[in-house]
Design a protein around this ligand. Structure first.
Ligand SMILES: [Zn+2]
Length: 143
């Protein structure tokens, strides 16, 4: 089951996976405990929620953030954030956490898109460090 919540820290609307205990806001870094979160919409259909999320973002984002050069695609945002994280382990954990929260299961291609040239190495480290598991071959999820 997935849901849309508004971050209590910055008001950012985002998609969460209710199967996880909690997740961190990609915008302000605040941790939300999912069972305490104020849920606005819930559904098993991620696409439905993603569509709703777009309309929330358009409604709530300040104008400069809806400018065309800053699309409010969560993956775009995540890519920018990952670029600013220098510590390998932090980057790896953050990528696993956020990708799982945005996409559910993620693939090597998703990682490569976020971290061009580093995806395969990071995925290998994630698996070795035991921070992701492989529910189906080629699909990964935060442990
Ligand atoms: Zn926030």
């Amino acid at each position: 089951m997935f849901a849309i919540v508004f971050c209590p820290g910055c008001g950012h609307a985002r998609l969460i996976d209710l199967n996880n205990d909690g997740s961190r806001c990609p915008r302000c870094g605040r941790m939300t405990e999912h069972r305490k979160a104020k849920v606005h919409l819930r559904s098993d259909d991620q696409n439905e929620l993603r569509a709703a999320l777009w309309s929330f973002h358009e409604k709530y984002l300040p104008e400069e953030e809806t400018a065309p050069e800053k699309p409010c695609d969560p993956l775009f945002r995540l890519r920018e954030e990952l670029e600013s994280i220098k510590d390998h382990e932090t980057k790896m954990l953050y990528a696993a956490e956020e990708l799982s929260s945005i996409k559910g299961n993620f693939t090597l291609e998703d990682l490569e898109e976020l971290l061009p040239g580093e995806g395969a190495a990071i995925l290998r480290d994630m698996v070795e460090a035991g921070i992701v598991f492989e529910p189906r071959p080629g699909l990964y999820h935060r442990v």
